[in-house]
Design a protein around this ligand. Sequence first.
Ligand SMILES: *Cc1c(COP(=O)(O)O)cnc(C)c1O
Length: 565
Amino acid sequence: MTTQVEAFVLEPRIAYFSMEIALRDEIPTYSGGLGVLAGDTMRTAADLELPMVGVTLASRAGYFRQQIADGRQIELPAPWQPEQWARRLTAKIALTIEGREAWVGGWLYVVEGHRGGAAPVILLDTDLDENHPDDRRITHFLYGGDEVYRLRQEMVLGIGGVRMLGALGFRIRKYHLNEGHAALLTLELLRRLAHTPDEAGTPGVHYDVPAVRQRCVFTTHTPVEAGHDQFAYELAGRLLGDYIDPEQLRALAGNDRLNMTRLALNLSEYVNGVARRHAEVSRHMFPGYRVHAVTNGVHPWTWACDSFRRLYDAHLPRWCHEPELLVRADRIPDEEIREAHAAAKRALLERIRALGGPLLDSALPLLGFARRMTDYKRADLLFSDLARLKAIAGRHPFQIVLAGKAHPRDEGGKRLIERLHGWARELEGDVPVVFLPDYSMDLARLLVSGADVWINTPQRPLEASGTSGMKAALNGVPNLSVLDGWWLEGCIEDVTGWAVGGESDSDNARDAALLYDKLEQKVLPLYHRDRAAWIAIMKGAISRNAYFFNSHRMMRRYAAEAYLR
Ligand SMILES: *Cc1c(COP(=O)(O)O)cnc(C)c1O
């Protein structure tokens, strides 16, 4: 395994830019689904030996470690030492931010594939002696600070990233923007490809927009206009200085504010949403752009627990290179599926004990729910009617495990965590409810494999894709979810899991009632009374969800439809 950057610059590559990338448990440079997707993208690139290079920020101070005290989230620092996992690059580049020169160095982290392939990731780092103290902090905090801090970070990621790749000798075939955070890279490309003067001899700078568009691929992840990254032009002007012609910038990034999504849309030839419904929603939000759909997927090896890895190795060799083979999961004996799941559930119950939680009953169904704690994910839906929940548990006993972080500035999300703890206390004696602190990759792997049913109840159509349910399916855990994001494509009722409600809008109370109905009438009775039918659904989750919703299929599609255009 090489750790020298020189080995990676021999062939032209696809540069994949992402503000966050979940490289491994020990490197806290991610906050949630976007980062995990980026990590799975690079892991698959290494497995499939796709010529890619990742670009992200070092985020030395990490995101944060979550502790819970009296039901409240406490945020602890989560620093990491790049020198422990990555190799320092000798190259440095500079960019001017707010009139001052800031130097950017970096680290090389190598993602190893399961067949000897490797994918380099460059972690940009401004914490250098030669920098002003304010500039040293630019790459410290993932999603930390105010909008000035954020725009500085985006300058380092987008502009600094392109310059660093050049300094290292990379030749780039395409730039893939994972969400709008890296959109400023398009400006650096405009500058590089500009003519001064143009062919007709007109003075001034002439940007070659088609040439930049031809090089860029943009994946949008946000189905609401307000969620898109934007900055006042006054601020942008202050930080960017005379970097780019302000008139032309407005023409490309929106009249009122510097909108990173607009900028990326206008300068990318290939644009996609992360599920079919999300692409439709994006087309409505941005009329006039051609928005493709590439539904997300999860990395097979990373997200299968030990017992399912062994099971697939035995019955479907090569499954982690060719996850389509999971389509044959029906041929695995029921007993072996049952045992593999029992091992995963034991591991989860042991972790719950080790973290000071109660001893849950391995014979009772365990409902799992873990995601970023923010209002639209509606973690509270399951607890809308505690009396009804208790009544259901009286007839069909069950248990609940929860996890999730709220962004430090998301007051609604933090209140939600407190309320969940309150409801857990009220349900004591009727329904055991456990909240596991510090949701991370490691915990996610335990949860998605050890739960019996994976629940997701977002407000439609705000779940662009969702990926934890795909991880559950890979471990034979069926989903019970609102029809939004990937589940619109993955749900085959009673075969891969169950839907909560229909495809169109409805209110919280109605969705909650439908969730309770499904639990009471279908899911829990089936679990308690018909083990063979239950295992058939577990196999359905594997053979009809996991075989498709994996990052190998996703990357083969990006390669064929976006990168090779
Ligand atoms: C998979 C994963 C997510 C994303 O899950 P969603 O279902 O898309 O919300 C977030 N955080 C962690 C730690 C994960 O592993």
